[in-house]
Design a protein around this ligand. Structure first.
Ligand code: SER
Length: 382
């Protein structure tokens, strides 16, 4: 099953159950949201979860692109991506968590054909409604304090029930918290409270249900691949990048992930800078360039095949031309190259004069010479 077909199956399943489809937003969250980027499908709907009526009613379904900087260190493994897509469903004070779990199970097993023997659920210890549903459906349950979703430091929050799929060879062993071969695919949150600026929890007038399913993870399972990089969405990247820039497998994955994310972030209107979203973009590009230049400093993003730009722009529906994206990439590459050349001279003079760098050196290199710590560390490591 191709990604597009999988999305259609999901959306149609919920349309047939009274949901209305909304269009996902950009990666830039609404004003006042405490996060830098949209990290979950619920961000654009925070006000509705807190009680504001939505013009399309109380049941919604969508596909939302998300970006998580918290997962950056795990990118390159089989399951984490910086930018990924989340299939989401919402009940604003309408049906409850147990109904959401039953439909989720019906879709995964009855419609998409997942092996029910490979499912495992986790729940928050305070959630007394989810365990009987999982028991009835024959899905084993683990209770853990981690099953609490919150929208950043403030905003709606509540207990969640996560659905995991066994990706190991042979029969399942352990539980989601004891064996990482259980991969989380879908999170069903019952939003019960709003956390205020002072940390206090106020019960919401109407509990809502917010679910998020990791599209690339589910497609990996349905397509029988061993990592998210094996899905059809990454096929052009896998075809073009290794012959162009031969790297170790993990580095290839990081470069594909970071450049694809950078294209989406640029398409959503961000330019590289030293703060906020622009700094995240800068880090994605500089990390890619650092990996590319380790073996061959002559490599350039100017060689990025046009098909990868157009494929990403088309898939995410970005309002930008490939040439505008390329311009931003090349300007940042040039800037980084210049900074590295200048930085290399300054750092090597400093090492020669005073030996290994101290905290005071890092501070001075930053404040006096404009060399950020991560850049100096890159210079020291290569
Ligand atoms: N907000 C929840 C999550 O991101 C469910 O969508 O996991």
């Amino acid at each position: 099953m191709q990604t597009d077909q999988m999305v259609r199956t999901f959306v149609d399943f919920y349309l047939a159950r009274g949901h209305r489809e909304i269009t996902g937003t950009t990666l830039i969250p609404p004003p006042g949201d405490p996060v830098l980027f949209t990290t979950s499908g619920m961000h654009p709907l925070t006000a509705n979860i807190e009680g504001e009526p939505h013009p399309l009613g109380r049941r919604l379904v969508d596909v939302q692109r998300c970006l998580r900087t918290t997962d950056l260190d795990e990118v390159g493994d089989d399951t984490h991506l910086t930018t990924f897509e989340m299939l989401g469903t919402w009940s604003f004070g309408d049906y409850d968590g147990p109904q959401s779990l039953r439909w989720g199970h019906e879709l995964l097993v009855g419609r998409l054909g997942l092996d029910p023997g490979r499912l495992h659920a986790t729940v928050h210890p305070t959630d007394l409604l989810a365990p009987p549903v999982w028991d009835e459906l024959g899905v084993p349950v683990e209770r853990t304090d981690e099953n609490w979703w919150s929208n950043g430091p403030t905003g709606p929050c509540g207990p969640d029930s996560e659905i995991f799929y066994w990706t190991g060879d042979g029969p399942p062993t352990g539980t989601p918290t004891t064996d990482t071969r259980w991969v989380e695919i879908w999170n069903h949150v019952t939003m019960l409270y709003r956390r205020g600026d002072d940390g206090s929890l106020t019960p919401l007038d109407q509990p809502s249900v917010d679910t998020g399913l990791g599209l690339e993870r589910l497609v990996t399972i349905l397509q029988g691949g061993s990592s998210v990089y094996d899905t059809d969405g990454f096929a052009p990247w896998r075809r073009h990048v290794p012959p162009l820039w031969p790297l170790r497998e993990t580095d290839t994955r990081v470069v594909c992930d970071h450049l694809r994310s950078a294209i989406v972030v640029i398409g959503d209107g961000v330019t590289p800078s030293n703060t906020g979203r622009g700094y995240v973009l800068r880090r994605l590009l500089r990390r890619s360039l650092t990996l590319l230049w380790r073996d061959d400093p002559a490599r350039t993003l100017g060689d990025l095949p046009p098909e990868l730009l157009t494929h990403t722009i088309t898939h995410f529906g970005l309002p930008i031309s490939p040439s505008s994206v390329r311009e931003v990439l090349l300007a940042e590459e040039k800037r980084f190259r210049t900074l590295l050349t200048r930085g290399r001279q300054i750092v090597s003079r400093r090492l020669h004069r005073t030996g290994p760098l101290t905290e005071a050196d890092f501070r001075d290199l930053h404040d006096t010479h404009g060399l950020p710590r991560d850049l100096v560390e890159t210079l020291l490591n290569h």
